[in-house]
Write a protein that binds this ligand. Structure first.
Ligand SMILES: Nc1ncnc2c1ncn2[C@@H]1O[C@H](COP(=O)(O)OP(=O)(O)OP(=O)(O)O)[C@@H](O)[C@H]1O
Length: 561
């Protein structure tokens, strides 16, 4: 493991770190053994680095050192500001590389990859130039080089990927993109290939300067064919999209109809009656919270558990000895949440009963005071647990439990369907059996200033701020790296089930990669870990529609756990 007084994988990692000496994401990279278990974002197997996970970490510099890690199988460094070239990769340099995720950086130069075993290549949103002639990835299942500056014809094997894998490269052409327009110069020694009518126009002007009126005519005809093709493609895309939307709506309405027997209006009436009868004394109470009274909550001795952007949470010991957790929503953030929609949501949330979902027992929304009463979880949250370190069995149980909880929320019969909107380690609590319970379903959707907590700023402060927060008590800061990229558009996009899946994927990757000892569970553990990493990467796909549903996540987990 240790050769020449140092770990073999240490030099590349340190050389990568040297570009970002103060980056919080690599603060834990100290000492001489990257496989000690304390290097966040580094995964090892049999004493060698097999994975590096540094998405969203505000990193600059070159990616090249990380590709000197000869045993690396997963490299994911999406959404940073890495620049320079990607070194040529082949079986002799990176025989183990299976997943290379370098999208949303500032990488440039040619793409030269000949990797027979590569399964994932995500290189979109960079500045890669040149053609795809030197890209050979026969086993790839996920491939995306869109939004670069690539050009030339898409070669045979790569044509099996959809056009979305190549879009946004003005110079690329050939299936699945429009046909290439081939313009031969009058001198006959060279030909240029272009896709778009504008590109074709450029070549026509070059040709006409060579004096060929015939070639001008041919080019005009070719241009027309190009435009015709583009129109045809546009029409077929429009028809496909319309059909997709129609079928989806139809399926949704069928599902809603079948669920209608379970909608919550009846329950609402019961709750309203309870409230009018003064059952909870200002509280709307749910199953298991019938004995709660607002006065006794206000008189209870309370201890602050932590403060987040949405408010503060207290441990409250009531007169009769019952212990509850009370979340007091921030008056500022929830100023606009007095409306019916918030009440409707809370009543629905009060009906969620599942072994992996924290039970809301009561809530109050009056005179600007919004209190949510949950069961108290003495074992705290996943956030604090990660700081203490966890064995593999516990990690597995937690991610599976959290996945089941989120799936229950997503499939709960409600219209519109429920969204959690704030999946992160501090909202995954541990019950007395050490099982995960997802808390605070949907509350964040009613916060006034969504920008403040859901948007990933251009320069996020750190990769896992919750982890880095001292003591694990307060989330603080307002930003968390678990939010999906589409919520960062600034257009006030609302959380969706797809964005929940993204956040879950980030949690999954953190749980799998953070703070554990290397190789303590042997080969089986490694296999499971790599399976989890694969699922985590699917969940954190850039495009929401590419992410699996939670039910699929559970099915995939069941395959190897
Ligand atoms: N029912 C509970 N039992 C025990 N601890 C809890 C409970 N609910 C929340 N906590 C803990 O209290 C702390 C504060 O939680 P709170 O929900 O107020 O903020 P947050 O999760 O950090 O951020 P946000 O405001 O985005 O939800 C967290 O560490 C959380 O894990």
């Amino acid at each position: 493991e240790l050769a020449n007084g140092g770990h073999q994988d240490l030099p590349p990692l340190l050389s990568f770190k040297s570009y970002n000496p103060t980056a919080t994401a690599m603060e834990s990279w100290v000492g001489i053994n990257p496989c000690s278990g304390s290097w966040i974002g580094v995964r090892c197997k049999k004493g060698r680095v097999i994975g590096v996970f540094l998405d969203n970490a505000s990193l600059v510099g070159s990616v090249a050192p990380l590709l000197d890690l000869t045993h690396v199988s997963v490299l994911t460094i999406r959404r940073n500001s890495l620049s320079g070239r990607l070194p040529p990769l082949d079986n002799s340099t990176n025989p183990m590389l299976r997943h290379l995720l370098i999208s949303h950086n500032k990488l440039s130069g040619d793409l030269s990859l000949s990797l027979p075993s590569l399964v994932t290549l995500r290189a979109e949103h960079n500045g890669f130039h040149g053609g795809l002639g030197a890209v050979s990835v026969p086993m790839a299942r996920s491939f995306n080089v869109s939004r670069n500056m690539l050009g030339g014809e898409i070669n045979g094997d790569l044509s099996r990927f959809p056009s979305s894998s190549f879009g946004g490269n003005v110079g690329l052409c050939g299936h699945p993109l429009p046909r290439c327009v081939r313009a031969y110069s009058a001198l006959g020694d060279s030909s240029s290939i272009s896709q778009s009518p504008t590109a074709a126009m450029d070549t026509s002007s070059v040709s006409s300067s060579n004096g060929g009126s015939l070639s001008k005519l041919v080019l005009t005809a070719l241009m027309a064919t190009g435009i015709g093709n583009a129109v045809l493609i546009l029409i077929s895309v429009a028809i496909s999209v319309a059909m997709f939307v129609y079928v989806r709506r139809k399926l949704r309405s069928m599902k809603d109809a079948s669920d209608s027997a379970l909608t919550f209006h009846e329950e609402d009436k019961v709750d309203e009656k309870r409230q009018k009868n003064g059952g909870g004394g200002g509280l709307v109470v749910f199953e298991g919270g019938e004995d709660l009274r607002l006065e006794s909550l206000l008189k209870a001795s309370a201890e602050v558990l932590g403060k987040g952007v949405s408010g503060s949470t207290y441990k409250a010991v009531l007169e009769d000895g019952v212990v509850v957790a009370v979340k007091r929503l921030s008056a500022l953030q929830f100023a606009g949440a007095a409306g019916k929609a918030f009440d409707r949501h809370m009543r629905l949330a009060g009906r969620l009963r599942h072994r992996h979902v924290a039970s809301l027992r009561a809530y109050c929304n009056s005179s600007g005071e919004r209190l949510l009463v949950y069961d108290f979880f003495p074992n705290g949250s996943l956030q604090s647990l990660l700081l203490r370190g966890l064995d593999w069995a516990a990690r597995k149980a937690i991610v599976r439990g959290a996945a089941e909880g989120i799936n229950y929320i997503h499939t709960f019969p409600a219209r519109p369907a429920l969204v959690h909107a704030n999946v992160k380690p501090s909202n995954i609590l541990l019950d007395d059996r050490g099982e995960a319970c997802v808390s605070e379903c949907g509350v964040m959707r009613y916060a006034a200033n969504i920008q403040q907590h859901c948007v990933i700023p251009r320069h996020p402060p750190e990769m896992f701020p919750d982890r880095a927060a001292s003591g694990g008590g307060g989330g603080g800061g307002g930003w968390h790296g678990y939010a999906a990229p589409e919520l960062a558009s600034g257009g006030g996009a609302r959380a969706t089930q797809e964005s929940d899946v993204y956040s879950f994927g980030m949690v999954l990757l953190e749980v799998v990669n953070g703070g554990g000892k290397d190789g303590d569970g042997g080969g089986e553990e490694e296999e499971e870990a790599m399976g989890m990493v694969r699922i985590g990467m699917m969940c954190t796909a850039e495009a929401p529609e590419e992410r699996p549903r939670m039910a699929q996540v559970l099915a995939m987990m069941a395959e190897f756990m």
